[in-house]
Each structure stands twice: as C-alpha cells, then as structure tokens.
Design a protein around this ligand. Sequence first.
Ligand code: NOJ
Ligand code: CA
Length: 697
Amino acid sequence: MVLKNMITGWLLLATALGVKAQTAGLDNVKLNFSLDGNGQPVYTVDYKNNPIILPSKLGFTLEDDSLFYKGFKVLGTEENVTDETWQTVWGEEKNIRNHYRQLTVHLQQQRHPFRLLDIEFRVFADGVGFRYVFPKQGGLKYFVVTGERTQFRLTGDHKTFWVPGDYDTNEYSYTTGKFSAIDNKEMVEKSTDIAVRTAPDRYAVQTPLMMKSDNGLYINIHEAALIGFPAMMLHADKADYTLTAHLVPDAVGNKAYLHAPFFTPWRTVIVSDKATGILSSRIILNLNEPSRIANTSWIKPMKFVGVWWEMQAGKSTWSYSDYADSLSTNGLPIPNGRHGANTANVKRYIDFASKNGIDAVLVEGWNTGWEDWFGNWKENVFDFVTPYRDFDLPGIMAYAKSKGVQMIMHNETSGSATNYERRLDSAYRFMNQFGYPAVKTGYVGKIIPRGEHHDGQWMVDHYLRVAEKAAQHQVMVDMHEPVRPTGLQRTWPNWVASEAARGNEYNAFSKGNRPEHETILPFTRLIGGPMDYTPGIFKLRNFSYDTSRRVHTTLCKQLALYVTLYSPLQMAADYPEHYEAHLDAFQFIRDVPLTWDESKVLEAEPGDYLTIARKQGAKWFIGAVTDEQARKSDIKLDFLEKGKKYKATVYADGENADWYLNPESFTIKTIDVDYKSTLRLKLAPGGGAAVSLVPVN
Ligand code: NOJ
Ligand code: CA
C-alpha cells in the first residue's frame, strides 16, 4: 500500500513499527492512493506486479453538492496491520484468518463548509476492500446521496460472467462474453419468465461480477456489509473498460438518505492467478462485523424436504380453492382442487424426513391469501397466522414433534414489505408459539412501499430488520427474492441463506438453467453467502405435465451440489417417492454435513467445472461438477491424513449418462484409499460426482 506524496513517510513508519514482519504474505497486492490535479481521490490495485485496477476515481454527488468528489486535500493518514483468527458459527471453515493492512485517509474539501470524508482501504493477500466514512462534522449532518462515482478501470477486454443490473431481481442466467459485449437490452425486453424487471441502464450489471483477463488473472468485484445503503450495480463503459458504481435509486430517484457519522459498505476486488483462489477467498466475511447474536447455540444447520417442488412442477397448488389457479408462477393451467399443503400430504413428508435422517419439513401454501396473491402492488394479502382449513397446524406440529422432525415456516410477502413489517411481531410470536425454528420468506412482485426496489436502501434496511427480529425470536431465516448477499451472515448468523439468484426451481417452471449455471454460481452469487438453491432432484424429466421441462443435470450432479454450492440450510427438493426409488443415492444427502472444519477448492474454472473437498471431523466429502462437456478428473487425495485408511464411496454418473439423454443413470462403488491415492472421476455431459471418505479403523 503506497500513499503518493507521503510514500517515504508512510513506509518508514511501517518499518519503525515492525509492521513489515507482520505483513509477510500481504505483498502480492499493492494499493496506491493519490489525489489528482483536481483534488479527486484516485486508487490503483496491482497483483504480483500486474495492474488490476488502473487509476480509478472515488467520490460522490450529494443533493446539495454535485461535486463531492473533488477539491479535496489530505489532512492525514493512519495505517495499521491486523492479523486475527475468528470462529464461524457455521460455514465452509471453522477458523478464518483475517489478515490485512489498513490505510485510512482523512480528506477535507477545500471550500466552505470544508466537509470531511475518510476512505478506509484494507489490503489482503487476495485483494482489497475499501469504504467511505462520513465523519461526524458540523458541515454535514443529514444528507442525501444522489450518486456514487467509484470506478474500477480494468486493464482490458476481460471475459465477463454477468447478469443485468436489474433493481428488482437477480434471477437471470449468466451471460459469458467479452466485457465489450455487455448489453442487457435484449435480455430485459424479451424475457418473460419472471414478474418484475427493472433495468433502465442497458449497460449495468450486477455484482458479484466475475472476470478473467487475457493474461489469466481472475478478478471478482462485489461489496461487503451492505447496511443502510442501496446495492451497488456497475455501469460498464466499453470505451475504456471502466465500471462505475450505479446505486439502486429509491421511489423518487435518490440513492441514499444518510446521517453522519456513517460508513458505506465495502467495495471489494478479489484477485488471484488461480480460479480456485477466488473461491477460497474470505475477504467478504472478513469485512463484515462479528456476530451481533451473543448466544448462537440455537442456530443449527438443517436439511429439509418440503411441500414445494410439487407446486413448482404444477402437480399441486399453493392455494386452497375450487377453481383453476391460472395465475400460478409458471403461467400454466393447474388442475382444480389440488392443494399441496393438506394435512395428509404434509404428514407424508414428515414420515419421510423422520425415516431418512432429514431434520425438517417446509410447507408452502399453508396459510390463507394464495387464492389471489400474484400480481403487483397488492397490499394485505397475507396475515402469516391463518392456516387454510385443510391444514391442521396444531395437529401437524404435534405429529412432527412425535416423529422428531421440525417444521419450517413460510412467509411469502408478495412484495409487500409494509404489510410484513406491520405483522412481524405476530408472525414471529406465532412461530415461537408453535415451535418453528426457521422461516423462509419471499418477496415476489413489486415492492410496497410503491416505487421502492428490492435492491434499494429501504429494502436493504428491511431485510436487516427481519433478520434482527428473527434473531430476537431465535428463528433462523432464509430469504427469497432479496438483494444478493454481502457476507452479513457473519453478523447475523441466523440469516442462514438467501435465494437471490436463479435457483433450481427454474428447471421446473421455465426453460430452465443451462448445465453451466452451477459452475458459475460459486464465482458470482455465492461469493456473497449461502444460497438456497434447492438441489437434490432425482427425477430429472417427465416430472411435469409439460414434458419439455427438465432439470439440466444428471442425478449425480444434483448430489455434488450439496458440496459445491455451500449452504447451512439445504433442501432435498424432490418428492419422497422419487427418493424412495433411489435410497442408495439418497444416502449421500443423508450423510453430507452442512457445516465444515475445512474446505479445499481442488480445481475450478468459471463456466466449466469445479471440484471441492470439505472436511468435518475425520470425514471428507468431495463434490465435482461440470458444464455440458463431459470431463475426466484425477483427484489427488493428498489432503487425507497420512497413515489413515479411508473407505471412499463414489457416486458417479453411469457409463452412458447425459443430462439430456440419460440423466438418471448412476453407479455407486466403494474403494479403499489413502493420502497417496488418486481418484479418477468421470463426469458425464451436465454431470457430476459426489464422494464420501470415511476413515476405517
Ligand atoms: C418464489 C420462491 O423462490 C419459491 O421458492 C416460492 O415457492 C415461491 N416464490 C412462492 O413463495
Ligand atoms: Ca425466486
């Protein structure tokens, strides 16, 4: 980290304090800060002497100062080094090292009222984070941000994995192509398979944005700790390969209403010369605050089944009604009188969970409101406490308890955050009263307050209010259709998962997700936190009366996703009868843990493949997935404990498996291995492999 004009001063100080010794390992990444001739803050980032971010500008426009990005002078700087290790409540690793150098730059505008702005930079071994701080000051109290001018000037026409910078949904397929080809016009206009789309800037994309340079460097841009501020989209300027922050506006076009002192979320750049380095980075978590929940003993990772895929597939309905639900999410006609959440059907799922080592059952469509919920800007649709008359709630809770199974609550808000907020207390008291440990929420449709967006400041605050309210009631929460995550699961570990991307459900109700989708998600959406992707579909075609619907993977790839798409809350999304047909393969879902001591990303290439090994206790589990290309992979097991023998159970695609032609073909074999062994995995087109490694005594 170098501060221009103060280089000598800063480096000397660093040495004098013995800081150099503490920074071993941090030297890969260099950050340079300076003010340009107009007094505008500028930074650059290098990685192993390769430029990553060329001189890029920083700053804001405010309602009362359209030039709050220039005319600054440096009042002073501070720097320090942190090297600490902290424990996760759950996660991909038990212990996480947080090692960085921090430079704080104190700026002052050189005109009345001489406003102050600080910028904090943190340099890690695998990237940087920086944020703006508006200090408490006389000349800036309550203020309105009209724009953020943060830039990321790239070095060339990188390969980019992107989704449109939509203010209301992130449920898109990724487009892979050159930076210069970014253009979301067609996609936003033509797509019809989701209800809400708002992407007025043709060249705006969402983060986490994954890129690869021509010289083989992997770069990921995102943000961490999104609190009290709108989400940052990025406007792509092809002329000079520059990304500029594009904050999601509110109903009247403003971006953020702030009160100094305030600090913004961190803007992050993760960089590595290996794709695996992006996946093992912990920058996002490290830039979030420690847990705000003191006693976390009630937060327990869970596997669940649910009355859910049957609605997605069109077999049953959310609503209890006597007429066709022609406005179902998939737009397909649904037969009358097929309410999924009826007591007998729910008990079937409870029985399956109880017999097969699954912790919980989710039931959607249990409460009144679904008869007329879909569409935009409907207020007071749900009250979150009134069951349909064929759902015997107390009876079901008692039955589940007798079977040792927990129930997961479902609160669809139909986008009306106002209605949900009014009813939060009663909704969470209700969960406590009946013993629900977790809730899945949802925000389908346009947001109320009208004109607000899913990713704007108002909703960002709302999601946090919900997480906090849930924590007060010791309830875990899984949010669907929220803003994409930014590592807040460290601070609110009861916020166990979010959807916030295109999930497996699209395979049920639309043309679906291309086989490459799950090889991109870990590099994009999951950089921010766990995803409720709902893996585990075993019947991959002919599950819908629309026979063109199919899941674009093999069965073994569905198994591998439990390892490659990390979440402490994992659904086994298919029907009990589809699992009962393959209980041998289901054994992997039973066995695979939901929280890990250690994770190793063995190989990866965004859009193509990835293989991850994770450890819990003495056991290891491996997941490998590929895109539409078949793949052979030789996995060295040198991470196993020396001198120990392990029994490897390998769930592999069958000889002629193929996501399209033969998706349900698989083999299971067991072999003895040790740390010297190499495991050859053969992945079918759209395929995967899952392996458990258990020590033998
Ligand atoms: C969309 C969610 O992603 C899905 O899981 C849920 O079933 C529906 N909304 C209804 O709430
Ligand atoms: Ca969704």
